[in-house]
Design a protein around this ligand. Sequence first.
Ligand code: B12
Ligand code: SF4
Ligand code: SF4
Length: 354
Amino acid sequence: MDYLKIGIKSIAKKIGIDLIGFTSAKDFENIRPYIDDRAQKGFLSGFEEENIEKRLDPLKAFPKAKSIISIGMSYNFYVDKPPKNKFTGIVSKSAWGKDYHRVLQRKIKELMENVNKELLPIDYIAFVDTGPLSDRAIAHRAGLGRYGKNGFIINPKYGSWIFLGSILIDKKIQEDEPLEDDICKSCNLCIQACPTGALEGPYLFNASKCISFLTQKKGILTHNQQKALGTNIYGCDICQQVCPYNKNAQYTHNESFKPEFHLAFPKLEYILNMSNKEFDEGFKTTSAGWRGKKILQRNAIIAAGNTKNYKLLAESLKDSRPDIRLNTICVLKQLGKPGREILEKRTSEKHRKR
Ligand code: B12
Ligand code: SF4
Ligand code: SF4
């Protein structure tokens, strides 16, 4: 093993990076068939890099690249007895605590600053989620984990509860070997558990059906999409929760991913009534905030509909903001008689005022 690799690994360990692996900067032609297939079927989310050549070739992102470092950080924070009642929204574990994009980017900066100081100067470019390349494909080739049928990179120690970051560097480092063996075998639990059929088959993910995608999609959702949302406010963890490899996954002690209960288990009422300041100081500091306050509030209205929270819907129908009222009307229209009654009551109140 070269000294640079040993040095980088030791610094990573010292500063609390859970997983690290190394691969070359050669192309990712091996995933072209997967991307092509999904694109042809219309299964992509639209959040990915559109230019397929940029997605496959690290040199297009960083022409000097010789190797890629893949890092993984567990976000599996243990919570004893999470608060939950009928009118609490579900926020995915990935949005608990501080926004992982910032947490991992900060770690990468710390790692590279130390490498530059203690080992040698390295030129690099780093991505957490936002790069053109597939963080999963990089992590797989760098030996961080295997693919599950749910599409996740599953690590033997931390399961799939890991965020990934990719660092393209201008130095050659000896590659790690991918973990190739099939871990799913005859298990299909994730495919069976997905409430919307977004896992259309093994390794075949259809973003347009995924609840996580719907919680982030802008605009008015269709009736079926609204029903699919349930009480999810941001993201979805079901296909990870059922995975046997996550049952004994090691927990993290990283305080950055410690949830604030009012944000990780939010009351629908809180989401609907939060001020801009509360949003900025709360959800915006998590990874659930990137689409803005309105989307979370739309999801809370849908969740209120799905839990028949008529009191909250009647209140949000009087909201001063047209977006909130419009979303509430759409939800009430789907609710049959009780929904119609709330709408009629509101219309007659308005007439009386005139
Ligand atoms: C766009 C995006 C989304 C979209 C679409 C997700 C998707 N699965 O495509 C939406 C908004 C739905 C989403 C949701 C989530 N996301 Co997301 N997302 C991304 C993003 C930015 C791009 C993913 C992408 O390009 N997808 C398109 C597909 C085609 O590419 P891919 O998933 O990377 O897989 C390619 C290869 O890995 C390979 N491949 C796939 N399966 C197999 C199997 C075999 C055997 C082989 C050889 C190859 C192979 O081919 C694929 C190309 O088709 C990545 C970050 C990044 N830049 O890579 C994060 C990322 C995939 N997301 C992540 C997370 C955590 C989530 C959520 C859990 C958040 C949440 N709780 O709601 C959900 C999970 C949804 C799910 N079931 O996948 C993590 C996954 C970490 C992990 N351990 O795998 C990533 C890597 C972010 C990160 N940096 O940590 N996400
Ligand atoms: S995140 Fe939820 S909706 Fe999306 S594939 Fe997994 S279980 Fe299905
Ligand atoms: S639930 Fe089963 S099939 Fe799905 S990823 Fe986990 S082991 Fe594989």
